[in-house]
Write a new protein. Sequence first.
Length: 158
Amino acid sequence: MKKIAWGACALFVLAFSPAQAADEYKWIGQITEDGAALSFAIPQSDASKLDFHCDRKTKKIVVNYEHEPKDPRDGMKLTLQLSRKGNAAAANVNIATTGQRLELDDKFLLQGEIRMSPQLRRILSEGGTLLATVNGQTDEIPLDGAMQAARRLFASCP
């Protein structure tokens, strides 16, 4: 669960990064001390829906997804599936995650690890709408600006 704590810190750092102020979610990419991050968040706030952090040395990507499942329990294991609307069969990524309630803001966070794959690269760079699905519950996330924001993530974790 050490990673969950790190994920919460990453979400906090990303939320307060020097990005343009706005009251809506947008894709934010940045270089971090040990790699690169990509987040779908509201700049200069603690609101973040989806976050990818690549460790440059290990090439592993930690994925954090804010999601309130049915009957949430700390330590529960769920699969997060990422795909693109209208193109789900062409590219999808399944991520084994572990859930935990964040005490500070009472959000439920799913966290898992993956490596960059051609499917994930396609999902993040081909535009449209990202579908994030957990146990039949799907969030639609617009991919406008994701490709530009993901450049650093792609470079750190090719």
